[in-house]
Design a protein around this ligand. Structure first.
Ligand code: PLP
Length: 503
């Protein structure tokens, strides 16, 4: 029975505060410790102590970032962070604005709504009318694009997913054809959502090429507006610190593979300034607690008019006159994520982020080469991502052949999932589990069957080469032990819940 059962009803009389907190923190049972070197699960990084402190102390004083009068200097801090990050995008900070919000998903909501304002006149007052707007993105972009379209009321049918090639890159001819067809049919083009680095493969959509295609199609002349372009960077944003890094002299001494991967991502982000908006998650690679995201746009006036036509004379008024709730999705907003982000930026500085990413890229290269020697196939070896996607060989199966053996895809998937549950400690059998991730349907076999994969994500700055070698050796041993159990393919069992918390 869950420890919570004893607390099912709100008590008539209150209880001892210390005992209540101690009991409530029982919720941490099963929680992964993101600072553990045995957690390679996903993109969540350990929280920086100074960020946590700023967050906690802020919560004690509880500023409400809806209005400057009730939030001390927090809105000034927010504006400073917005200026800093806008410069990182290559924008003129004077024309920009931004708001901390609850996630990359909120960033998509902002962007799609702002894009709709451009293409559906009087939307705030009278709604969509008969308009049938479209949102173009690729099949590699996050599913939150669909959620956002559903939430703003244009429906998920508004989302048109442009196909990508086998490596996830946009088919630009298809983009051109889809945009042309929609425009010719009289559909408003509300937003183009481009990815600035997806979670697993660091895929970055070709911003400059998309802008060129829209110009070629004379979209502005034909529609009377420039379609809103959102460059989605919840995860990819820290690589912007490399845009002006001197790769030739490499002053931070980043090692060869780290430098190459960071350079590859930075080059793909080179024209970030062409976007109308973006969103950065400080809870992804930004060392801040959840939820700490910031939506940014280079059109401050449009953000002010997001819900109604607001003739704001200037970007900022006298203290006490700045009400952000009139253009933020939230009404009340916490000041804590704002200060946590500011503290992270000041604590790490640009070099801190560069050194961090360079180090993890270097380790990822090492991890991939060690994995490849350990009876497992790295599925995304060509991608500069910090995620390593792994196909483990079933006993008696030469793993390198699995992608050409579609008939075995189902058996392989059962095996991969069962091994994941064993390694991650979900079935309680492994002595020292490792918190890795599992991605169903990550890859396709030659005949189109979906293959699941294990995911090892390096985000902890305290990892080093020794840890990587040790973790691969340990994984190999866990796999050997699991193979000897002979329960491959048995994924029935307890509900998928981690029962370990690696230290
Ligand atoms: C590219 C991309 N966009 C949007 C999101 C949603 O972000 P959030 O979880 O902060 O709402 C994610 C989440 O992983 C993402 O990878």
């Amino acid at each position: 029975m869950s420890w919570l059962a004893a607390y099912e009803t709100v008590p008539g009389e209150g209880a001892d505060p210390g005992a209540v907190v101690a009991a409530g923190l029982g919720a941490l049972r099963g929680q992964m410790r993101w600072h553990s070197l045995a957690v390679l699960h996903n993109v969540t990084q350990p929280v920086l102590t100074t960020a946590w402190l700023a967050h906690a102390v802020t919560s004690l004083y509880n500023p409400n970032a809806l209005w400057d009068l009730v939030s001390g200097g927090y809105l000034d801090v927010e504006r400073q962070v917005v200026r800093q990050l806008s410069r990182l995008m290559g924008w003129d900070a004077g024309s920009c604005d931004g708001l901390f919000t609850f996630g990359g998903k909120a960033g998509l909501l902002y962007a799609i709504r702002l894009g709709l304002n451009r293409c559906v006149p009087d939307l705030s007052r009278s709604g969509l009318g008969g308009a049938s707007p479209m949102v173009l993105t690729t099949d590699q972009n996050h599913y939150s694009v669909d959620s956002a379209c559903s939430l703003v009321g244009i429906g998920t049918d508004a989302v048109i997913r442009v196909p990508t090639n086998s490596r996830g890159f946009m088919d630009q001819d298809a983009f051109r054809a889809i945009a042309e067809e929609g425009i010719a049919a009289g559909r408003p083009l509300a937003c183009v959502v481009l990815c600035g680095g997806n979670t697993l493969d660091a895929i970055i959509d070709p911003l400059q090429d998309v802008v060129d295609i829209l110009d070629d199609l004379a979209v502005h002349e034909r529609l009377g507006y420039h379609p809103w372009i959102h460059f989605d960077l919840p995860l990819g944003w820290p690589w912007l610190f490399f845009r002006d890094y001197d790769f030739a002299t490499n002053p931070l001494g980043i090692e060869e593979h780290g430098l190459a991967a960071a350079g590859q991502i930075a080059a793909a982000l080179a024209r970030a300034e062409l976007a109308d908006s973006t969103c950065f998650d400080f809870h992804k690679l930004g060392f801040a607690p959840y939820s700490g995201s910031v939506f940014l746009t280079r059109h401050w006036r449009e953000l002010r008019s997001i819900f109604r036509d607001e003739q704001t004379p200037q970007p900022w008024l006298e203290h006490g006159g700045n009400f952000r709730q009139h253009h933020s999705i939230e009404h009340s907003r916490s000041g804590a994520p704002i200060l946590a982000a500011w503290v992270v930026l000041q604590t790490l500085g640009q070099d801190g982020f560069r050194a961090y990413l360079g180090h993890l890229h270097q380790l990822t290269a090492r991890l991939r080469s060690r994995i490849a020697q350990a009876d497992m196939t790295v599925l995304n070896g060509a991608s500069p991502s910090l995620a390593t996607m792994v196909l483990p060989a079933r006993p008696g199966t030469p793993v390198s052949h699995v992608r050409e053996l579609p008939a075995q895809a189902e058996a392989q998937n059962l095996y991969t999932e069962a091994l994941f549950r064993y390694v991650a400690g979900m079935d309680g059998n492994a002595a020292r589990p490792v918190a890795i991730g599992f991605v169903p349907g990550y890859a396709k076999t030659g005949s189109g069957h979906s293959l699941s994969a294990l995911r090892l994500f390096l985000v902890n700055p305290f990892l080093d080469a020794g840890h990587i070698d040790a973790v691969v050796d340990h994984l190999r041993n866990l796999k050997r032990d699991f193979d000897q159990l002979g329960t491959h393919g048995d994924v029935a069992g307890p509900a998928p819940r981690l029962i370990h918390t690696p230290k």
